[in-house]
Design a protein around this ligand. Structure first.
Ligand code: CUA
Length: 158
């Protein structure tokens, strides 16, 4: 089959672009350690604070790391200030008491949606002690831009 030179150039250029897109997807998903939410746990969104899992949103720390139980609602997080140890796995367990909210810890790869009716859970480790901003990155109403919280990563004393 006789393919003209310009046709060949366009075919190779299109193939190269597809290979480039696939490479970008692989590099960002593996390099950025993106992990899709993996467990389905449901909750009645109207009874969040009566549910034993979320009746007392707080941080518990033991020798293995920390567990953060938090609730997002218009237009705040409970608790509003979260203290966790540096260098240890921290498991976040969160849900929404009203509409869909976001939960992004700025400067880290911790980022999830809080969807009413579901418990969002992920585990991550913060290596760098310091103060991090938590923001809602899903539009949730008139006070969306005010919805934030603070994460304090504390250095663990040897
Ligand atoms: Cu909560 Cu936007």
């Amino acid at each position: 089959m006789n393919v003209p030179l310009y046709e060949k150039i366009w075919m190779w250029a299109a193939g190269g672009m597809i290979a480039g897109f696939v490479a970008i997807l692989l590099i960002t998903s593996i390099g950025g350690a993106l992990e899709p939410p993996s467990h389905v746990e449901t909750i009645d969104p109207t009874q969040v604070f009566k549910d034993p899992r979320f009746a007392h949103p707080a941080v518990t720390v033991d020798e293995h790391g920390a567990t953060v139980v938090a609730v997002g609602m218009m237009f705040a997080y409970v608790p509003a200030e979260i203290h966790v140890p540096a260098g240890k796995p921290v498991t976040f367990r969160m849900t929404s008491a009203d509409v869909t909210h976001g939960f992004l810890i700025v400067g880290t790869n911790a980022n999830t949606m809080l969807v009413p009716g579901y418990v969002s859970q992920f585990t991550t480790t913060f290596r760098q002690p310091g103060e991090y901003l938590i923001v809602c990155n899903e539009y949730c109403g008139l006070g969306h831009h005010l919805m934030s919280a603070k994460l304090i990563v504390e250095a663990v004393k040897p």
